[in-house]
Structure formats: C-alpha cells, structure tokens
Design a protein around this ligand. Structure first.
Ligand code: VGL
Ligand code: ZN
Length: 210
C-alpha cells in the first residue's frame, strides 16, 4: 500500500477520451482495469476531469472556418483546436463507468474558463493560473506523484512536468496511460519527461513494490 507521501493522479479517464468518444484516444479503455488495480494500492488518489464550457476556445467549432487538429495563436501561445469534448455536465465529460476509485479524495476540474485551456492538473495553459493542486498536495505531505490516465502525450505529460517543476518526485505509469500521438507528440513528450527526471514504470513494478 502506498501511504501518505504518495498520491496516484488519475488524469481524465472520461468517456469522451474513450473509443467512440468525441476525442477518442486509441485503446484508451484498456487502461481502466490497470488504473483500478493501482488505485486499490494507493491510500491517496486524486482524479482530474477535463471540464469545458461549450463556448471553449479550444474547440475548432468555436472558430469560423477552422477544423479540428489545426493550431491557432491565442494570447498565451499556440493552441491545438480540438473536436468539442468534455463539455461540463455532459455524459462525455463523465468519468468512465468502470473506474473504481471511490476513495479518491479530490477531483480537479480543469479547462473551465472559456479563454484558457488546461492540459495540466497543476497550471492552466496561460502558465500562470494554478489549479490549487500543488498547495493541496503539499498541505497533505505528499512528496511523490504517480501519474496515469489519458492522454500520455497531452494531459498526463503536462501534469507530470508541472508536478516535477513544483518539486515533487514524479513517476509516469506507462501501461496505465494511452497517447493521442499527433505528429510525433508522444516521442516529444517522452524526451521532455526524461529531461525533467520524471521516471517511467509499469503497473506491475509499482504493485510489486507494495
Ligand atoms: C486532453 C486534449 C484536449 C487530454 C484534453 O486529456 O489529454 N487532450 N483536452
Ligand atoms: Zn480538453
């Protein structure tokens, strides 16, 4: 059992990121039983939910003439335009029904403001506005963040990098994640994680540690 200094951060295990969903991550559903086994081994679990208003600026549909997966310049930098996904309070934004994490203590909802996206569970895409997760984890004495969920090269990687930047030890549990992998984004994310001293492990290794 992983104790009070460890947290399992379960990123965006939501219907819209599952096969058949609005922004499907290939084989995203395969992680659910793995995440469930991990969650059972952690005393402290935190979940995230991508949680956008329907007018969100990350949706291609909200920009005339734009298609999903194009990029545009927003005041805070380049923004990928996505299909409409994880609209607040819709079934697409709901957590996967098979996720077993009843003891999760906190659900961070992110990307809630129309004009700013947030891949990271810690800091919004303006790179200024914190979600409060850093302070919450510090207040609970957490020193190590174990990351899993969707998508490896997007919200998981950004969350892991920000956790590291906030001074936590960070592990990405690779087989409890799946990637979108747009134009080499998975390889780029892996290089950034390596450079930041984020460790990668498999769920079996994590569970074998007890
Ligand atoms: C995500 C793209 C847009 C993710 C969220 O959860 O990785 N990706 N919003
Ligand atoms: Zn999103």
């Amino acid at each position: 059992m992983k104790g009070p200094h460890d947290v399992l951060l379960v990123v965006d295990v939501q219907n819209d990121f599952m096969p058949g969903g609005a922004l499907a991550v290939p084989r995203g559903d395969e992680i659910v039983p793995v995440v469930n086994r991990l969650a059972a081994a952690f005393e402290h679990v935190v979940l995230t939910q991508d949680w956008h208003p329907r007018e969100h600026l990350s949706f291609a549909a909200n920009h005339a003439g734009r298609q999903p997966f194009e990029t545009i310049a927003l005041p805070y930098g380049e923004q990928v335009l996505w299909p409409v996904h994880c609209v607040q309070d819709t079934s697409g934004a709901a957590l996967h029904a098979g996720l077993e994490a009843a003891h999760a203590r906190l659900v961070i909802r992110k990307g809630c403001r129309r004009e700013v996206d947030s891949y990271s569970a810690f800091v919004e895409a303006d790179r200024r506005t914190g979600t409060g997760l850093t302070g919450y984890l510090r207040e609970h004495g957490v020193t190590r963040v174990w990351c899993c969920g969707l998508a490896t090269d997007c919200c998981v990687a950004w969350s892991a990098l920000d956790a590291r930047a906030a001074g936590f030890d960070v592990v990405v549990i690779e087989d409890a994640c799946r990637a979108i992998d747009l134009d080499g984004s998975l390889e780029r994310a892996r290089a950034q994680l390596d450079a930041a001293d984020v460790l990668t492990m498999n769920a079996a290794e994590v569970l074998a540690q007890g």
